[in-house]
Design a protein. Structure first.
Length: 260
């Protein structure tokens, strides 16, 4: 190990030790924000980073070619922010409403040229005129601006000096402001459509740290859509795009920093 890495490791260790000693020492320790959690209602805000992708169930005919998946999703990373409203139920339970604004951009790739074999029509799709898919036809960049309103029940343990662990779970109402759901154009014109109004469930865990002036909570949250976000293409559109998907659902993992 070179001298620079050794010095950095020693410095980081000292900083962690000082922070831990200040937060959790038992001798001459002063509890911080002792009465904060006794409030019936309290407020705050949060910032978060997201990892988003899609859970896709493919149509067995238009979305699969033997054992090959014809539609794939590329994950993305984004950010968001929101407000916190807490209602204290008792010493161990809180109800939280945390409306926020989330920004996302994901990518779907449709390698569905092989669906030309269904050009003669089927029970679910009328005949269509095949055409060669260019790169712009295969890739859909899906931008989303989401108004996310989670309502969560929080169960926390007893306070341990200036920290307290918790777990939470609840349901979300999510509005996609860029869904294009009312557009008369579809993938034939390069417009990808999805549902505007959505429902999800969330689970979260984290640790609350108490400081002199505020409470800081780092947490990890998973959010999973329950409804199918797919909007079918127009009847005259070839089965290269929406017809290749049976179910499309957003799933997200968030790292959240809350300030109260």
């Amino acid at each position: 190990m070179n001298k620079f890495l050794l010095k950095a490791l020693v410095l980081a260790s000292v900083n962690v030790a000082v922070f831990a000693n200040a937060q959790f020492r038992t001798r001459n320790r002063m509890d911080k924000l002792e009465d904060f959690d006794e409030q019936k209602f309290s407020w705050g805000f949060y910032l978060n980073g997201n990892r988003l992708d899609y859970r896709i169930v493919l149509h067995p005919k238009y979305g699969m070619n033997d054992n090959e998946n014809l539609v794939t999703s590329k994950e993305s990373y984004s950010f968001g922010a929101g407000l916190i409203a807490k209602w204290r139920l008792n010493d161990y339970l809180d109800v939280r409403i945390e409306p926020g604004l989330q920004f996302a951009q994901r990518q779907l790739t449709f390698n569905t040229q092989s669906n030309d074999i269904y050009a003669g029509g089927s029970l679910t799709n009328p005949p269509f005129m095949p055409f060669p898919l260019q790169e712009k036809d295969k890739v859909r960049e899906i931008k989303s601006t989401l108004i996310d309103v989670p309502v969560m029940l929080e169960l926390h343990g007893q306070r341990w000096y200036n920290s307290r662990p918790y777990i939470a779970a609840g349901v979300n109402y999510v509005v996609n402001l860029q869904s294009n759901s009312t557009s008369t154009d579809d993938n034939m014109q390069g417009i990808y459509r999805s549902t505007t109004h959505n429902f999800a469930w969330s689970a979260e865990m984290g640790i609350q740290f108490y400081f002199n002036k505020f409470k800081l909570t780092p947490a990890v949250r998973g959010t999973f859509f329950m409804n199918n976000e797919k909007v079918a293409d127009n009847a005259t559109t070839p089965p290269y795009w929406a017809s290749a998907i049976s179910t499309l659902q957003t799933r997200a993992v968030m790292f959240v920093l809350k300030f109260e």
